[in-house]
Design a protein around this ligand. Structure first.
Ligand code: NDP
Length: 283
């Protein structure tokens, strides 16, 4: 059917991942669409291991306009794009796809989402600060470029498997003062801001951390979010953190960046963060 007759059909978007049933992305994008008057439909699609290329092809072939990609497929998606944004190329991970006439365009909005949440929603200054990033997996890789663009005094990546932290520090070394280490090497160091990008909180665990790791008045951020504070945020509160933040704001901010790439209109994030927070507490 010609586009002429399609004007009142919703434009279709989706998030692909595994597992996907608890994803908050459909709710977030529905709230954005309502707020901005955009006619879109956004669904969650569970993809089997090894099935991403086929699933993306099916969605694109059926007229879908764009996709979000989440765990565990961001790296695979990066390999399947025709063109990449600089930030996706650097992260070697794609969380946002735009289907364009010229082909599939992959971007990564995770880092900008984190930085906007820290700066705009929480008023945290990153420039000139000493920052510790715990973890060296996909989430850490996605946020390193945008964090270093804020010009911290130094950024340390500490990981349970130290080699992965060394590799990431090498890869991003041209962008700023960044060093990799294992968790025991944190003994005796102090930071203004600690960002937990490990999956430890998912398992209700806490990486082993020295008690005086946070400077007085420092801040703690856990990329994981939930109705209750994570073990890392409880630890930070007990060890003098002036502010403790979870990753819900990052989730909504990265979604807002995807939404504006797709629809050319930027939604307001604060009311959406508040709504999702209330819904999480109520459920
Ligand atoms: P990955 O599986 O790619 O990486 C996991 C990382 O956590 C690795 O560095 C791993 O270390 C480390 N780790 C796992 N368990 C432990 C533990 N018990 N103690 C210490 N370190 C541990 O996961 P992602 O990077 O994709 O995700 C990490 C977290 O970030 C998750 O909680 C995820 O929900 C969250 N996230 C939030 C987003 C948001 O928008 N708020 C966006 C993306 C992610 P090792 O290398 O030694 O295995």
């Amino acid at each position: 059917m010609s586009d002429l007759f399609d004007f009142d059909r919703p434009a279709r978007y989706a998030v692909m991942g595994n597992p996907i049933q608890h994803s908050k992305s459909p709710r977030i994008h529905t709230l954005f669409a309502r707020q901005t008057g955009q006619n879109i439909e956004y669904s969650a699609i569970q993809v089997d291991p090894g099935g991403l290329e086929q699933a993306i092809g099916n969605f694109e072939g059926s007229g879908g306009k764009g996709l979000n990609i989440t765990v565990p497929f961001k790296r695979t998606a990066w390999e399947l794009m025709d063109r990449l944004s600089d930030r996706a190329r650097l992260a070697e991970a794609v969380n946002t796809i735009l289907f364009r006439k010229e082909g599939r365009y992959g971007d990564n909005t995770d880092g900008v989402g984190l930085v906007r949440d820290l700066r705009s929603n929480h008023g945290i200054t990153l420039e000139g600060r000493e920052i510790l990033l715990l973890g060296a997996g996909g989430a850490a890789r996605g946020v390193l470029g945008p964090l270093l663009a804020e010009r911290p005094a130094r950024l340390v990546i500490a990981n349970r498997t130290p080699d992965k932290a060394y590799d990431l520090a090498d890869r991003f070394g041209a962008l700023g003062t960044v060093r990799g280490c294992g968790l025991p090497a944190l003994e005796g160091q102090q930071f203004d801001l600690i960002i937990n990008a490990t999956a430890a909180s998912l398992a209700g665990e806490l990486p082993p951390l020295p008690p005086d790791l946070l400077k007085e008045g420092g801040s703690a951020y856990d990329m994981m979010y939930g109705a209750e504070p994570t073990p890392f945020l409880k630890w930070a509160r007990q060890h003098g953190a002036a502010s403790c933040m979870d990753g819900l704001g990052m989730l909504v901010e990265q979604a807002a960046e995807s939404f504006s790439l797709w629809r050319n209109v930027r939604p307001e994030t604060k009311p959406v963060i508040e709504t999702i927070r209330e819904e999480m507490k109520a459920s």
